[in-house]
Design a protein around this ligand. Sequence first.
Ligand SMILES: [Zn+2]
Length: 265
Amino acid sequence: MVADALRPHLNKNCSIVVLFPEGIDPHTYRPVPSDIQRLQEADAIVYNGLHLEANMESMFKHLSRSKPCIGLGSFIPTQKLIALDAYSFDPHIWFDIPLFGLAAKMAADSVCKALNPLLFFHNTNYLDSLFELDAALQHQWNQKPESQRILCSVHDAFSYYCRRYKLKQMSLQGVSTAAEFGIYEVDAMVDFMVKNKVKVAFTEAHALTKAMKSIQLGCAQRGHILVLGDPLLTDAPGKKGSPGGSWPGMVIENSAKIHKALNHD
Ligand SMILES: [Zn+2]
């Protein structure tokens, strides 16, 4: 997501190497020796930040002594971030298209100023296209009644999306896929689904379909039919070359899946 958002603001001579393999979970990813070598060879490093790449933070800190090494999240004013507690913020910023797009532009600008200002490519059309996309999604959601604006998924990846398009979010796991959950969380979610008459819930491309099936079963035991929608793309884009295989394509694809499931409701 970071590479896709940065690329439009960089000169074609700039080569971007994406470190994470396709479809991995950034919350739990641990760097392998070849990653460390690539990070050492890079002129600059840009990452999401806000504790998303939890196992790489000490390495980023170390590398920042010798080269620009910046998190996109640091370009977003604190009051626009979603606070988790007094010290930490929700890292899933790529689901707020304008917020992430602007932060990426600022990050590209900052890196280019540090390395060579000629590497920066002034691309206002790109930001305009992001604002148009956001307005289209906004319009699509505005057509839905409030009772349908509930997004239930495995982990809390959609807080920014839900804030942007005024949806209520419910998930099993909290903000990290590394979080434990048990019978209490399952019961609470089943209870929420039944009380709010939620008819659709979503699994995620790389997480815990089984857990969501236990929610479905819990609902069935209370006489409530819950349908599982197509898996959503949360913390990584989909297959390269597919419509959801990039940012912001993954946000468009998710939105389409959610609307499709709600429309068949
Ligand atoms: Zn996540």
